[in-house]
Design a protein. Structure first.
Length: 294
């Protein structure tokens, strides 16, 4: 069997659809369709039933999935162990982080790293969810978290601070209002209900007037900049924007830590070690910005 065929099969089994598998593999829909059909014909076996548009494993498909998962784990483990023996300061590092950190904070540090290590290429993947470093979806994560996965190793750089912000015009006309629930608020949908400011709003605001909800800090940032109301934002994002002011009636909230994380098998790889050391030193010098000390 061709391992690439097994990878396609496993992606469909995990995602339950050709579209999901094509996204996971980074190939187009027709390629996935052609590969899985050819694989089934080659093996003279039906691995999936189509039920209401979904790809559902047959009994034979379930048996093959279990075997393919074991093979996949062995391949991932071998890849990490071999990468961990790489002593060259060259190659590619795949970094995952959040859009807010990448857009308003990390760019200059990526550029400085590139100058210091021109032989190392960076791939930056922006995702609000944790990519699986065990499966090599990324090599390094720069992430806000209080509970790093036990399978990863890394260093805590700092805390991340949040404060309430709005435009000078909004604060000029509403900033003296002491009843916090009387303000217009830009809030969080259920996808961000776990972040510190969302928990603060539930605890401190009684039936707030929420004029906008979002699963993305940039939407809240834009609404606050337009004068819609108050929004809790990361200080490193909002303090750099001249069109926003802090609402001083609410104290700065310091929440989750900012971590640099990698898989244990990769920590001795030269280029990974160079990145972790460089970024820990660089970001440590930015603690005042990250922790909201103007």
């Amino acid at each position: 069997m061709d391992w690439d065929d097994l990878r396609v099969f496993l992606a469909i089994a995990r995602e339950g659809s050709l579209a999901g598998a094509s996204r996971a593999l980074g190939v187009n829909h027709s390629t996935v369709y052609r590969r899985i059909n050819g694989f089934q014909e080659q093996q003279s076996i039906r691995l999936f039933d189509r039920i209401s548009g979904a790809y559902v494993l047959t009994a034979a498909g379930e048996e093959m999935r279990d075997a393919a998962e074991r093979i996949s784990k062995e391949v991932d483990d071998l890849s990490r162990r071999l990468s961990g023996q790489d002593l060259r300061l060259s190659g590619t590092i795949r970094v995952t982080t959040t859009d807010t950190l990448a857009y308003k904070f990390l760019g200059p540090h990526f550029a400085a790293f590139n100058t210091a290590y021109p032989g190392i290429d960076l791939e930056v993947v922006l995702d609000t969810q944790h990519l699986n470093l065990t499966k090599r979806q990324a090599d390094i994560a720069i992430r806000p978290t209080d509970r790093p996965p036990e399978t990863l190793v890394g260093r805590r750089v700092s805390e991340l601070a949040f404060a309430a912000y709005s435009s000078p015009d909004y604060l000029g006309s509403h900033g003296q209002e002491t009843d916090l629930s009387a303000h217009a608020w830009l809030g969080f949908d259920e996808n961000l209900s776990h972040v510190l400011p969302a928990e603060w709003m539930v605890e401190h605001l009684d039936s707030p007037k929420t004029v906008l909800k979002s699963n993305n800090f940039f939407a809240l940032f834009s609404g606050a900049l337009a004068g819609m109301g108050l929004a809790f934002l990361p200080c490193f994002l909002a303090d750099a924007e001249p069109g926003l002011r802090r609402f001083e009636a609410i104290d700065v909230q310091r929440g989750s830590g900012l971590w640099l994380l990698t898989h244990a098998d990769l920590r001795h790889t030269a280029r990974i070690r160079a990145f972790l050391d460089f970024f820990f030193d660089a970001l440590s010098r930015e603690r005042d910005v990250l922790e909201g000390r103007l």
